[in-house]
Design a protein around this ligand. Structure first.
Ligand code: NAX
Ligand code: K
Length: 502
């Protein structure tokens, strides 16, 4: 395994505007038609930007292999090859086809004039040796999974053992949705042009992009002024310091409901996360058999045995916010508590079986509500398949928020936070170590605690998702991703919440 999972982000992208591919194309057209910058000039700037990024990242590189596709992404590659040759680097170009058109054809001619003769790609089992491979096969024009010779070339690039720079988009990744329909290049760096395409940051894409660098190609800010983005990356945030005279009643009371027989761990993690995320009081409503263990493990939690909805009522009356679902089950006990909790009208966070019950008994929320489904739960809530959800995570998150009248957090690499009015934020943090049991229970507790401390539902979801993922990134530092436990996130979470950890 040559390259580990790469975090897609650099630190300077707080709140970065993200655009659909259609929006990105419209901005290209506006630059060409409105500002009179020729398409070929944009291509030259793109090639120069990508080459500059390459030389910054790999200053020792002497030999480049540039792989060019049939469209303008290939055009960027031909021009990059020409510029690198003029800089004195040794450059080889392999192309999928010599039949470039328009600006790409001009770029190919420039490449030949610079003394680099493109070679038709034929799979003889190897790629020429290079210090860096440049992937300029497909960009925003990808229509389907690469097949045949293109798929073989992608596989060779990934197996070459050299670092890879992707031009605009890693070839094979759908820059609009983050879907990876088949073979796709795994890059170390992706230099994307003009605007950040939203699909680079979620779903299958982050495993392919490496670090994403955005280069606006020197276009003036006025170009973007009335071109609102489709989404944004989350910004790293903490909560403001507490008032010096705060008392526990000021910081909210979370009631975590769940933990059917045999599943005590989920509700304990949820409750503990709510405490660590700063809730003033956390009560737990669960099965009687879990009480002794909960009291022993975390005496700060106020654990209550609840055998049915009547026993829940006084707890509901005292609580400010509900965290509903971890370990709840979908049996008679869980369903009865679920109904009572929803009917209380209290703001809530719904996860796990809380969501599965919602899929069985759909309703729109009148109270502030945050839903935190993973793709499987989202599919049930939308009456779709997991593949359909993952094919367009943006559309799925927005559909959930609109259908249920709630803030929807669609979990998975590049978690999305969608509001019913369509606003959408993408989480750039997190790592595959977090694909382990209990992580979702933590998120539920964190978001509930933020709601309890006065955040609105969208604020609590955005802040909570960011804190949870950043805590996961801190927790794997120096230790690695495998073997990460959900409870390992609690200490870094506390530091981040208080603005202490970087
Ligand atoms: N238009 C502009 O203003 C600019 C475009 N730029 C570059 O141009 C790219 C977009 O160029 P294009 O729209 O030409 O698209 P691409 O170059 O991404 O690819 C489109 C070409 O590949 C073919 N194709 C797509 N998927 C395929 C598949 N799976 N198998 C086989 N063939 C497939 C298409 O039919 C078309 O010929 C951007 O990503 C960027 O790199 C940059 O040069 C900057 C400026
Ligand atoms: K590419």
């Amino acid at each position: 395994m040559r390259r580990p999972y790469n975090r897609p982000m650099t630190a300077n992208t707080q709140g970065l505007a993200l655009h659909t591919v259609e929006q990105a194309r419209a901005l290209d057209r506006r630059a060409i038609d409105g500002l009179g910058i020729a398409g070929f000039e944009l291509m030259r700037r793109a090639a120069a930007a990508a080459l500059a990024a390459l030389r910054r990242r790999w200053p020792q590189a002497q030999r480049l292999l540039v792989c060019c596709g049939p469209g303008n992404n290939g055009g960027d590659g031909y021009l990059l090859a020409a510029l690198a040759r003029e800089d004195g680097l040794r450059v080889e170009v392999v192309e999928l086809s010599a039949a470039a058109r328009g600006d790409a054809a001009l770029a190919r001619e420039a490449c030949v004039r610079a003394g680099v003769a493109p070679r038709q790609w034929e799979d003889d089992g190897t790629l020429p040796h290079a210090d860096v491979v440049v992937d300029a096969l497909y960009g925003t024009g990808l229509r389907r999974a690469p097949e045949g010779a293109a798929a073989a070339l992608v596989a060779r690039i990934n197996a070459a053992g050299a670092p890879v720079l992707a031009v605009d988009v890693p070839s094979g990744v759908d820059a609009d949705t983050g879907r990876v329909p088949g073979a796709a290049v795994r890059a170390d760096v992706t230099v994307t042009f003009i605007v950040a395409k939203r699909g680079l940051y979620t779903g299958g894409a982050p495993a392919h992009t490496g670090v994403v660098e955005l280069d606006a190609l020197g276009l003036p800010a006025a170009l973007f002024r009335d071109a609102p983005p489709d989404a944004r990356l989350l910004a790293a945030q903490a909560l403001p310091p507490r008032a010096r005279d705060a008392h526990k009643g000021d910081n909210g009371h979370v009631l975590a409901i769940g933990g059917d027989r045999g599943t005590a761990g989920a509700i304990r993690l949820c409750g503990e996360a709510a405490l660590r995320a700063g809730a003033g009081l956390v009560s737990v409503a669960t099965q009687a058999e879990h009480i002794a263990a909960l009291n022993a493990a975390r005496p700060e939690l106020m654990a209550h045995a609840v055998n049915g909805p009547q026993a829940l009522q006084p707890l509901l009356a005292r609580a400010g916010v509900l965290a509903l679902g971890p370990g709840l089950g979908q049996g008679a006990w869980g369903h009865a508590l679920w109904l009572a909790a929803l009917d209380s009208g209290k703001p809530l966070v719904l996860d796990a079986d809380g969501l599965n019950l919602l899929a069985r008994d759909p309703r729109r929320f009148a109270q502030p509500a945050v839903l935190t489904p993973h793709p499987g739960e989202a599919a049930r809530l939308l009456g779709a398949t997991v593949a359909q959800v993952q094919a367009d995570r943006f559309a799925a998150a927005r559909a959930l928020a609109a259908r249920y009248g709630a803030v929807a957090v669609l979990k998975g690499a590049g978690s999305l936070v969608a509001e019913p009015d369509g606003r959408l934020d993408v989480c750039p943090w997190g790592n595959p170590g977090m694909a382990s049991g209990g992580m979702g229970d933590l998120l539920t507790g964190i978001v509930a605690a933020l709601l309890a401390q006065g955040c609105s539902a969208p604020e609590a979801a955005r802040l909570g998702v960011g804190l949870h993922a950043r805590a996961g990134d801190l927790a794997v530092r120096g230790e690695g991703e495998r073997g990460l436990l959900a409870s390992d996130l609690l200490a870094p979470l506390r530091r981040l919440l208080n603005g202490i950890a970087a």
